[in-house]
Design a protein around this ligand. Structure first.
Ligand SMILES: Cc1ncc(COP(=O)(O)O)c(C=O)c1O
Length: 439
């Protein structure tokens, strides 16, 4: 069998080294940590660097390339759209109208309208503003470890220190609740017996912190940037009921969890959630900049013309990409592939967990799995140095992985949803070999 990965040079190879040096002399060297390779091209779940080395990709960019790198139908759709008109701002185009219809039809029935924007942060910002304007209230509930983007308001409603540190006071009026991080429960409780006591605690936090003007909640179905932290099953539904009982609007930030990533088209399908607003991004364009909010038309009554908009939102190229992605997901049965490949990966990774002294937790759904590395399994002290070492070792063998987590110790396993079973096993062999070599 031909292997997908093939590394012929040291990492970085000579050309990658040259590109990286030149890059750093002209563009700010302030990106996150990754393997030192310069990418030449990508197809499906495989990336090629400028030295001709090939790697199986477990990053999908950053959970973006859901339909695989450069899917021919996506490339064709954007090439065709590029030949029509590139920007006509708020005029409708055939591409925009079709994509709006396709997006709304792909979502649960109650979400009967949408609006196209550019980035995930723009979508979450829009959701927060709509919740405020629609209710006339100004407080927003967010979560410990929540991440909704790097703009000031999006960072403010999140619960990640790194996104806020050094920028002075965050936007006021945010109340943050503990997310159920069961591997490190803030209440030192056990999921088998806790009865999800964290939800019972939320009322006390509100009583102590709110001025009685709560507009709504924004929550990720799982904490992405904070470390692929999945809540126990049933939690999302209980949270939604808790919010709705108190008259709070409910926004689900599906910027990274949608478009098949978790083995269902939407994370809101896990427990039949009915959010008032859903923010989407990343996979919706699978590489073409686009994002959107989905919502109920009733909420639009509170929004005035011109309140929603973005210079490059809803362009023919970006909306053609959205329609193509939706079609490819269906035709190529990628949601199903996400689920079945995810199951294979999780089982094997749980097996590796038993053999490894530093793999503390394996969690996730579909093709979004988090591997939490710890210095030892009893103290659970985070192991960020080992995470970085693993990234480098894997790259040397032909696998590109990324790191997330508030402590930088969680490996993100998030390949394009087109990954094949052969590629799954080949990449797991690389991961296992590299991980078991680290203590
Ligand atoms: C859940 C979530 N929301 C919002 C964002 C922000 O998206 P963008 O970087 O496109 O602004 C991200 C990005 O990682 C995310 O993971």
């Amino acid at each position: 069998m031909n292997k997908a990965s093939n590394v012929k040079t040291p990492i970085p190879g000579p050309k990658s080294r040259e590109y990286i040096e030149k890059w750093h002399s002209f563009e700010a060297n302030k990106t996150g940590f990754q393997a030192p390779v310069a990418i030449q091209s990508g197809r499906g779940a495989v990336l090629k660097d400028v030295d001709g080395n090939t790697f199986i990709d477990w990053t999908s960019g950053v959970l973006v390339a859901n339909v695989g790198h450069c899917h021919p139908k996506l490339v064709q759709a954007i090439q065709t759209a590029a030949n029509t008109v590139l920007n006509c701002y708020e005029y409708p185009t055939p591409q925009r109208v079709s994509a709006a219809e396709a997006l709304v039809r792909s979502a649960p029935l109650h979400l009967d309208t949408c609006f196209f924007l550019c980035t995930g942060a723009e979508a979450t910002e829009a959701a927060v503003k709509i919740m405020k304007k629609a209710t006339g209230c100004y407080e927003i509930i967010g979560f410990f470890g929540g991440f909704h983007g790097r703009t000031h308001n999006a960072a403010s409603v999140g619960g990640m220190l790194k996104a806020k540190k050094g920028y002075g006071p965050a936007v006021p009026g945010v109340i943050r609740l503990p997310f159920p991080y069961c591997y490190r429960c803030p209440f030192s409780a056990s999921i088998d017996s806790c009865g999800m006591m964290c939800i019972d605690y939320y009322d006390q936090v509100i009583l102590a912190n709110s001025t009685g003007s709560i507009a709504g909640i924004i929550v990720e179905p799982y904490l992405g940037t904070a470390g692929f932290i999945f809540p126990p099953s049933g939690w999302l539904k209980r949270l939604e009921a808790w919010a709705k009982d108190r008259g709070f609007l409910f926004t689900l930030d599906e910027v990274q969890s949608s478009f098949g990533r978790t083995g269902t088209m939407w994370a809101m399908e896990w427990e039949d959630s009915k959010p008032d607003i859903v923010a989407v991004g990343k996979g919706i364009g699978s590489g073409i900049t686009t994002s959107a909010i989905l919502l109920t038309k009733i909420l639009l009554e509170h929004i005035e013309p011109g309140d929603l908009g973005s210079t490059n939102g809803g362009t023919p190229i970006s909306t053609a990409a959205c329609s193509a992605v939706l079609q490819i997901l269906m035709e190529d049965r990628l949601v199903e592939n996400s689920q079945s490949m995810g199951e294979i990966m999780k089982l094997r990774l749980q097996d590796v967990q038993e053999k490894s002294s530093i793999l503390g937790d394996v969690r996730g759904k579909g093709l979004v799995l988090g591997l939490e590395l710890v210095k030892d399994k009893i103290s659970k002290e985070p192991a960020p140095e080992q995470a970085r070492e693993l990234v480098l070792r894997c790259a040397e063998k032909g696998l590109l992985i990324g790191i997330v987590g508030s402590c930088g110790n969680v490996i993100r396993v998030a390949p394009p949803l087109v990954i094949t079973e052969e590629q799954v096993h080949e990449s797991l062999d690389i991961l296992e070999g590299a991980l078991l070599g680290i203590t």
